[in-house]
Write a protein that binds this ligand. Structure first.
Ligand code: ADP
Ligand code: MG
Length: 576
């Protein structure tokens, strides 16, 4: 991957190595597109129309990714003298906030291009359409290869992920959305790339200047009061009643974006897969970068009445019971001590009678909701994110890396599947223990109430059971276990009490007993597809589970860093 070469915005082509070649080949282009689904073909045509410069340089072949805030296309180009290159074109939704776009770009240009962090080649803009051109990395689907990876490949995968995380964390970038689809892996070439800085935020001392603008919700509030951003040359100016600031914008020489930002169009709806919230077409993407809207923390321009209504809704979430058929673990998260005071809109001294109970009283209903970053995907969110701890650090990415490692060791993806934060938290507690979670939460000012005590699980036993390996007599028992790698180890459909029982009593069903029918949580078999690779899996060293334990440390202050992880004995014979 190469570092940034330049950004091209709205101006005549600085250079056009292909001249009008693609235009001349217009009919061929159309012919080649014929085999594509009509939707994709249309999208490609629309993209050529929206950003005509692309037609001079690229032959857009296919759509390879579609998320809430972008569509990614595979294109080819002959950018320099030499063979055709494959390029990934990321078309950001036109309503993306200019600062958000510029920050994503700055992460790629400043930190990207080495150590497994994706770089950028060009950026194009026409009106409100922005397209980031990156080197294309062909990659595998995590789920497709999960059960065929050798243990050594898993080691290499994790090592390379930590390498990327070390790099971005050194720049004070918190990625906030670390998950397999954002860490591209080419198995054959052993190439890796961390992508998607669309939700990134900066640490207090971040070296990415633009991330200072997407650092806090409070800032978003101050930015959204009819100010406008003007990006000219290497500078970004904030104009408006307060805080006219100028920032150096590195590596973005030809930018000129001016767009007022108001929140009036904002509306939320559920994403099509129910996993992530999505916004309607007319929606302005928040600077703050929130992708999930199941709690209203990103809404900042409402009347108090609306806030109160929304708060009541949130409380419903808080008092929800988990499990579909039977009450299992119910959770409630509160700010404790000082944190409670700062988040409150009613007098801090006002006492209430619901503290440490599983009810929420009217006094608490009138307290202001605490706001904290919650971006990301629920199953990968760290406990401090799920409990809305306002001081979040690069440690949240390490937790997400831990969840990936858990998938790799257990052969289950996604490992946790939850559509809201409290369900996700309860799922974490079933693995890491309720008492341990409650204790850790206290260290970051949160009080969690739990209706039931569940002990922490032994990570090795858990992973071996889920993977279908018996540690006493190492062999595959997948033919007698009814779970598939497609099934999350935890889902909302799952009856938690059964999971808990299943995990707590692995000996209850001796492995190899053909009458054992899985854990009864609805998992289905798919063993022929996985071509399971046993290589190394019969002797997973303790170091693997020690590292996993340190990644899934409930306390962000003691959680292992990327730099430390690279030096962990699990990677003893690997060098940077
Ligand atoms: P989004 O913000 O929509 O999630 P991403 O940057 O994560 O956007 O890209 C979406 C998908 O597009 C990725 O999961 C990956 O499959 C593909 N993709 C993105 N960048 C590249 C790239 N440089 N090379 C190959 N594929 C890419
Ligand atoms: Mg992504």
């Amino acid at each position: 991957m190469e570092p940034a070469l330049g950004i091209q915005m709205d101006e005549p082509m600085a250079f056009s190595p292909l001249g009008g070649r693609f235009q001349a080949e217009g009919s061929l282009k159309k012919q080649e597109q014929n085999f594509k689904p009509p939707g994709v073909k249309k999208d490609i045509e629309k993209l050529y129309e929206a950003v005509p410069q692309l037609g001079n340089l690229f032959k857009i072949k296919d759509k390879i990714g579609e998320g809430t805030f972008s569509s990614v296309y595979l294109a080819t180009a002959q950018l320099q003298v030499g063979p055709e290159e494959k390029i990934a074109l990321k078309h950001l939704i036109p309503t993306s906030h200019p600062i958000r776009i510029a920050a994503e770009l700055q992460c790629l240009t400043v930190a990207g291009g080495q150590d497994n962090v994706m770089g950028v080649k060009y950026c194009f803009r026409k009106n409100d359409h922005v397209v980031i051109a990156m080197p294309y990395l062909e990659h595998e689907s995590f789920l497709d290869i999960l059960n065929s990876l050798s243990f050594q490949e898993v080691r290499e995968y994790m090592f390379n992920l930590f390498k990327a995380l070390k790099r971005i964390h050194q720049f004070g970038i918190v990625h906030r959305d670390v998950k397999p689809s954002n860490f591209l892996y080419n198995r054959r070439l052993k190439k890796y790339a961390l992508v998607d800085f669309g939700l990134a935020q900066g640490t207090h001392d971040t070296k990415i200047e633009l991330l200072k603008f997407v650092q806090s919700e409070a800032h978003q509030e101050s930015c959204s009061q009819n100010k406008s951003y003007v990006i000219t040359g290497n500078k970004i100016s904030l104009s408006g009643p307060a805080a006219p600031k100028e920032l150096d914008q590195q590596s973005t020489p030809k930018t000129s974006v001016k767009r007022p930002y108001t929140n009036t169009q904002t509306q939320t709806k559920h994403g099509k897969d129910g996993k992530e919230g999505s916004v309607g077409l007319s929606v302005q993407r928040s600077v703050f970068g929130e992708r999930n809207f199941n709690i209203h923390s990103s809404i900042s321009h409402e009347s108090p009445a609306v806030k109160l209504m929304k708060q009541s809704k949130t409380v419903d979430l808080l008092s929800r019971k988990l499990g579909t058929k039977k009450k299992t673990i119910s959770t409630k998260v509160m700010n404790s001590g000082v944190m409670r005071k700062t988040a409150s809109s009613c007098p801090a001294t006002l006492t209430c009678d619901c503290y440490a109970t599983d009810k929420v009283c009217s006094i608490c209903l009138s307290r202001r909701q605490q706001v904290a970053p919650r971006a990301g995907t629920p199953g990968f969110r760290a406990p401090e994110v799920l409990t809305k701890c306002p001081n979040q650090t690069t440690a949240i990415d390490m937790w997400s890396a831990g969840v990936i490692f858990l998938s790799l060791l257990s052969g289950r993806y996604p490992f946790y599947k939850a559509s809201d934060d409290l369900t996700a938290l309860a799922q974490i507690m079933t693995i890491r223990g309720t008492r341990e979670t409650i204790q850790a939460a206290k260290t970051f000012g949160k009080s969690i109430l739990c209706s039931k005590e569940v002990p922490a699980q032994d990570l090795r036993k858990l992973c071996e059971k889920l993977r279908g390996i018996n540690s006493n007599t190492p062999k595959l028992i997948s033919d007698i276990q009814e779970c598939s790698s497609h099934d999350p180890a935890f889902s909302e459909k799952t009856e938690n009490h059964k999971i808990v029982h299943f995990i707590q009593t692995p000996q209850a069903q001796p492995s190899g007993n053909p009458s054992y029918k899985g854990d009864g949580n609805g998992c289905g078999g798919n063993f022929e597809e996985s071509a399971t690779n046993l290589e190394g899996w019969d002797e997973v060293p303790d170091e693997a589970y020690d590292l996993l334990d340190k990644l899934l440390d409930l306390n962000p202050a003691s959680r292992i860093t990327a730099e430390e992880a690279l030096l962990h004995p699990f990677f003893k014979d690997m060098s940077l």
